[in-house]
Design a protein around this ligand. Structure first.
Ligand SMILES: [Zn+2]
Length: 243
């Protein structure tokens, strides 16, 4: 995987982010990104995040649980994602997003290849918890990248969300207390939120959240056949007052 020098060649990224592909006029506003050059601290953070990711294993019970919900994790562990990163030669960079609420994005271009962008608001984050959180975000984006297309769907998001949830639960067990008192946006609206929604709350909360964020997408796609769960999410989106 290349992390550094190509940053200079991508001054501006067009809104072809996977997360913005949608099936109609009701989609979320496109996200524009300006790529930032990485410094040594950031390169070191990303390297550490990848080292952590490589060791991620899913608890068998957790895996059964998310599959029963209808999610199909694109990788069977972190090492598989690292392998995919090497094969795909995906670049990992920081970027300034027009929407500051986006944690990370993946850009697929059939000529330039795959680039994973991490919100530059997180570029100075390098505590152990931050490194783990960034590795979860990278894991999620690898899940999107694995199919080498720019098509996205509720089901694909659901599958990729299951990756970061499974990794988060692995880290929580491996590094007891590491996420305690982490309340910044990266955690409260990201890495710490979805594990709770998947595992701790009534499933309606998870469906509502995904409907709010990704309900505008098509329910499933050719490579990600829709589950009942994804259909429920689409139904919530279509019945909600925000359309
Ligand atoms: Zn996603």
């Amino acid at each position: 995987m290349r992390i550094l020098s190509l940053a200079h060649n991508i001054p501006k990224i067009s809104p072809s982010f996977k997360s913005n592909t949608n099936d109609g006029a009701k989609g979320a506003a496109p996200v524009f990104a300006t790529v930032e050059t990485l410094d040594n601290t950031q390169i070191s953070t990303i390297k550490k995040a990848l080292d952590e990711l490589e060791k991620v294993e899913f608890s068998p019970n957790d895996l059964i649980y998310v599959k029963n919900l209808g999610a199909n994790p694109p990788f069977k562990n972190g090492a598989e994602a690292i392998q995919w990163l090497k094969e795909s030669k995906a670049k990992i960079l920081y970027a300034d997003f027009s929407n500051p609420k986006v944690h990370a994005c993946l850009n697929y271009d059939k000529d330039d290849g795959i680039a994973i962008f991490i919100n530059s608001n997180y570029k100075d984050k390098c505590t152990h918890a931050d490194i783990l959180a960034i590795s979860e975000a990278i894991f999620h984006e690898c899940g999107h990248g694995k199919d080498y297309d720019s098509v996205n769907s509720i089901q694909e998001e659901f599958n990729c969300l299951s990756l970061n949830v499974l990794a988060h639960r692995f880290y929580k067990k491996k590094y007891q207390g590491v996420f305690n008192n982490q309340n910044s946006f990266l955690y409260s609206e990201g890495v710490s939120l979805y594990p709770k929604l998947f595992f701790d709350f009534h499933k309606t909360a998870l469906k509502n959240r995904i409907a709010e964020k990704y309900g505008y997408l098509q329910t499933g796609d050719e490579k990600h056949p829709q589950s009942k769960f994804a259909q429920d999410i689409k139904h919530i989106y279509e019945s909600a007052t925000y359309i």
